[in-house]
Design a protein around this ligand. Structure first.
Ligand SMILES: [Zn+2]
Length: 443
C-alpha cells in the first residue's frame, strides 16, 4: 500500500475510534412506561399494571415487578391500553392521486408529479401513518424513481420521523407494467419507466431484480399478470431465486385466477389484492403458507365509490380466506387523497371491511401486528413488546379486543424508543436532525 493511502487509513481509523469513544460516553436514555393494560396480540392475552423498561431504542424488560432505575423518564399510560405498533402490508407512500385535477387516475399523477415532489409527499405520508399508529409499512412500488428508498434511508439515518419502511423499489413486470401507453409515448419505454421496470426475458428479469437490490429495495414486487403475457410459474421462480440472493422476499400483484395459480405454484411470498382469489386458490395458499395482502377496500371512502356488489365480493373474499385459515395481513393500497382524512386515517377505514367479514377483533389485531411483522420479515427484531426487540409501541384509551375501532384513536406512539405522540398530539421534535445521526452508511 502506498504511504499516502496508509496515512489516510490511519487518520480515518483514529477518527472512527474517537467517535466510538464519544458514543460510549453518551448516557443511554432509560424510559419506564406504566401500562394499565398490555395486549399481546400473538396470544390475545391482556396483562394489567405492567412496566415496560426501554433502554435506548430497545425494550429491556417487561413485567409487573420491574424495578424502575433512578433517573428513568416515567411515562404514565396506566389508564390506557398499550399494544405493539401496527403494520400496513401494502401501501405506496410516494404516490397520492387525487380527485382534482387527475380524477383519481394515477397514470396522470405520474405524468404531473415529479419524483422530488412525490418524495416530499412520502415523508408527509410516513408521518401521517406513524401518527395513526403504523410503525411498519410495506411500500410496494409506484414510488417514482426510488423515492421509497430515499424515504427509508431518511428515516433510518435519522433525518425524519416515520415508520420502518420495507420498500420494493420499482415494480417489475412484462412490457408496460400496469400502464397502457400509446405507441408514441412508449417509445424507448420512456412513459413506463421509472414507474415500472420492464422485464420480459429471463436475462431482463435477473437484471431488473438486481437493479432494485442495487438501489435499495428490501422486497421485490412484480406484476404477475397485469398483461395477457404475464409471468409463468417458472419466470416467477427465477424472480424468487434472484431476490433470495439478497435475502429478499417476492410480493406479486395478482388480478387473474391464472396469475394467482402461477404465483402459488412458484411459491411466492405474498399475493397482493384479493379480487381474483377463489375458494380453491385460498385453500392452496393456506396449504403452502402464502400471505394474503388482500387490500380489502371499504365502501365508505368519500370520492372513491365502490358498488354494493363489488364491496360484497370483497367482504366475501376476505371471509372465505379467513374461513380457509389463509395467512392474513392488514393491507390497504391506500395511495390516494380522501378529503378530511390523513393517510393513516384512510388506512384505518379499512377496518370496516374486516368487521363486515365477521372477523373477530383479536384476529384483526393479529393481522395488523403479529402477521404484519412476519410478512415484512422483521419478526425477529421488531414488533412484539418483549425484551430485546426495538421499542415500537402505541396506546389507545379503549379496548381493541372488544371494539377494534378503538385503534382509530391512537393517543400515544413510541418508535425506536422515542416518543412520537403523547396525549393524542404529535411531538416529533426528537426525530428531526440536521444530519444522518444514525450513520450515513445505512443503505
Ligand atoms: Zn398497490
Amino acid at each position: 500500500m502506498p504511504r499516502s493511502i496508509l496515512s489516510d487509513v490511519c487518520v480515518f481509523v483514529s477518527i472512527l475510534l474517537a467517535s466510538a469513544t464519544l458514543a460510549a460516553q453518551t448516557p443511554i436514555a432509560v424510559t419506564a412506561i406504566r401500562a394499565g393494560r398490555l395486549i399481546d396480540p400473538d396470544t390475545g392475552r391482556v396483562a394489567t399494571n405492567q412496566v415496560i423498561l426501554v433502554e435506548g431504542n430497545k425494550i429491556k424488560e417487561v413485567g409487573a415487578n420491574v424495578a424502575i432505575p433512578p433517573g428513568a423518564t416515567i411515562i404514565d399510560l396506566s389508564k390506557m391500553t398499550v399494544l405493539p405498533g401496527l403494520v400496513d402490508a401494502h401501501n405506496h407512500l410516494a404516490l397520492t392521486y387525487k380527485p382534482d385535477p387527475e380524477n383519481n387516475f394515477y397514470y396522470l399523477t405520474y405524468v404531473m408529479d415529479s419524483t422530488a415532489l412525490r418524495a416530499i409527499q412520502a415523508v408527509s405520508n410516513g408521518i401521517q401513518m406513524l401518527d395513526a399508529g403504523f410503525t411498519i409499512v410495506r411500500d410496494l412500488g409506484n414510488n417514482g424513481n426510488y423515492a421509497d428508498t430515499a424515504l427509508r434511508q431518511g428515516i433510518e439515518q435519522g433525518w425524519i420521523p416515520g415508520p420502518t419502511i420495507i420498500n420494493s423499489g420499482l415494480i417489475i413486470g412484462g412490457m408496460g407494467g400496469q400502464f397502457y401507453p400509446t405507441p408514441e409515448m412508449a417509445k424507448d419505454h420512456s412513459i413506463v419507466y421509472p414507474e415500472y421496470l420492464d422485464a420480459d426475458t429471463p436475462d431482463e428479469i435477473v437484471k431488473a431484480v438486481r437493479q432494485n437490490i442495487l438501489f435499495g429495495a428490501k422486497v421485490i414486487k412484480i406484476c404477475v399478470d397485469c398483461k395477457p403475457y404475464g409471468y409463468t410459474a417458472d419466470e416467477i421462480r427465477l424472480v424468487i431465486r434472484e431476490a433470495a440472493k439478497a435475502g429478499l422476499k417476492v410480493a406479486g400483484h395478482v388480478q387473474t385466477a391464472n396469475g394467482a395459480k402461477n404465483a402459488i405454484d412458484a411459491g411466492i411470498w405474498s399475493i397482493e389484492h384479493g379480487n381474483a382469489l377463489t375458494d380453491d386458490l385460498h385453500k392452496l395458499m393456506a396449504q403452502k403458507g402464502i400471505w394474503r395482502a388482500g387490500t380489502d377496500t371499504p365502501d365508505t371512502l368519500a370520492g372513491h365509490p365502490v358498488t354494493p356488489q363489488a364491496y360484497q365480493r370483497t367482504v366475501a373474499g376476505l371471509k372465505n380466506a379467513y374461513d380457509n385459515k389463509v395467512l392474513l395481513t392488514f393491507s390497504t393500497d391506500a395511495d390516494y387523497f380522501v378529503q378530511g382524512k390523513t393517510r393513516g386515517e384512510v388506512c384505518m377505514e379499512f377496518l370496516k371491511t374486516w368487521k363486515d367479514a365477521g372477523i373477530p377483533p383479536a384476529e384483526i389485531l393479529r393481522a395488523m401486528t403479529t402477521n404484519g411483522y412476519k410478512v415484512t420479515d422483521l419478526d425477529k427484531t421488531r414488533g412484539p413488546i418483549k425484551a430485546g426487540f426495538f421499542a415500537d409501541l402505541i396506546a389507545v384509551s379503549g379496548d381493541p379486543l372488544q371494539d377494534i375501532d378503538a385503534l382509530k384513536n391512537v393517543q400515544f406512539v413510541m418508535k425506536d424508543g422515542q416518543v412520537f405522540k403523547k396525549d393524542g398530539v404529535m411531538t416529533p421534535a426528537a426525530f428531526f436532525h440536521g444530519g444522518p445521526v444514525n450513520g450515513w452508511r445505512i443503505r
